[in-house]
Write a protein that binds this ligand. Structure first.
Ligand SMILES: [Cu+2]
Length: 116
């Protein structure tokens, strides 16, 4: 499934809202988790805005990123996320970066997991 790989920097950008980050260690932890997702070119997590700005090479693996963030102990608010997709070229790109679904997997208790 590499048909959509792009040759140049017109990469796909997504941003996610991440909840439950409380300090710089959380930011590092989230960035490390996101950085392990295949296809992620760069990840920049901002604590003040609770936002992760990502650049993907080719088709964005949005679900894998969400899983990685949740695996690190945080929550992704996709229903509130401003997801901007640039460089989508066909319907399967749209599907890969699908934005409409909701995802709340943890109750308030689960959000308070200590990170350090
Ligand atoms: Cu922390």
């Amino acid at each position: 499934m590499n048909a959509h790989r792009k040759p140049d920097p017109a990469d796909v950008r997504l941003s996610f809202r991440i909840e439950a980050m409380t300090c710089a260690s959380c930011v590092r932890r989230a960035e490390l988790a996101i950085g392990k997702v295949p296809g992620v070119r760069s990840a920049s997590v901002n604590l003040a805005t609770a936002t992760a700005n990502l650049t993907f090479e080719g088709t964005p693996a949005a679900d894998a990123v969400i899983a990685a963030i949740e695996g690190a102990g945080y929550e992704v608010l996709t229903e509130m996320a401003e997801i901007e997709i640039e460089g989508m070229t066909c319907a399967s790109c749209v599907r890969a970066g699908r934005t409409g679904h909701r995802r709340r997997t943890r109750g308030p208790e689960g959000l308070r997991k200590p990170c350090h």
